[in-house]
Design a protein around this ligand. Sequence first.
Ligand code: WQD
Length: 326
Amino acid sequence: MLPIMHVLVIGGAGYIGSHVTYSLLNAGHRVTVIDNLSSGLRENLLPDTGFLHGDIRDAQWVEEQFSTAPYDAVVHLAALKAAGESMHAPERYSRSNICATINVVSAMARHGVKRLVFSSSAAVYGEPRYLPVDEDHPTEPTNFYGFTKLEIERILHWFDRLRGIRFAALRYFNAAGYEPDGAVTGLEQNPANLLPIIMEAAVGMREQVAVFGNDYETRDGTGLRDYVHVTDLADAHVRALGAIDAHDRSLTVNLGSEAGITVQEMIDTARRITGKTIPATVSPRRAGDPAQLIASSARARELLEWVPQYSDVDTLVRTSWAAYSR
Ligand code: WQD
């Protein structure tokens, strides 16, 4: 049995962070959230959580937060995450992702906090050389965002070796969906990802969905991805905290559903479930997009005993629609 912990969730007002917080609370843990609310939302702060409003790029501020409470573990999700934008802003992505994480692990080391769950990304792999992508796949990021996540993983390996901080690096594939019981209500502002864009078109917040290419070598010509429900992702974070202790070592795992959904299938499902027209037009391919990306999550299934429950296309769309149609 996992002991009850006081967990510091950095980025806990964000889309994934708020779902992680909810799952940690449901598992009986105590949660304090750090967020600078640059993209996180105040309405995502759940009842029964502490909140520290501040910025982890400020090393002294981070240090002070660790001085005020004895945390048992940290879940670190705070980052800039727009892959395209990262190519034009490497300085900002370096500071927010790499430097800020160094502030966090430095404070953890000083205060003897030995467990860390870190949000990594399938972006560390770059263009897939084979499918499904397992954790031994070469890591050659094609955007600066993916580079920052890979660089942080490497730093974490050294902090494990030199400072005894055990970490779980969770390489998310395409996160989507909303908590089925409606606990998280905040909608991402200016979303860049497919499903929230489809939802915005369904509620009339945008005119249409641009389908980035329909001449890929996939079953219907549109891009195919491995979408994983955010509640399944959140569950993996809770399990990762236990797994770090159970195995007494750091681990790096993919989190994907191992199923592929195309852009066209996502739009068709959304039309069926919402009953809305959802206009869509074919546009040129987006630079840097692979045709297909599918995870092997065998390692997460084994080490975390993780089985996605909500990552089928209908549940992804249904739970998103519940959030957008509210
Ligand atoms: C999914 C599919 C698009 C928008 C990104 C990041 C990645 C990771 C997850 C953080 C693709 C198509 C999309 C649209 C479209 N992020 N699409 N019209 O690119 O697979 O992954 O999010 O870790 O690093 O790159 O996700 O949701 O943008 O695209 O046709 O308006 O939908 O071409 O096939 P992506 P996405």
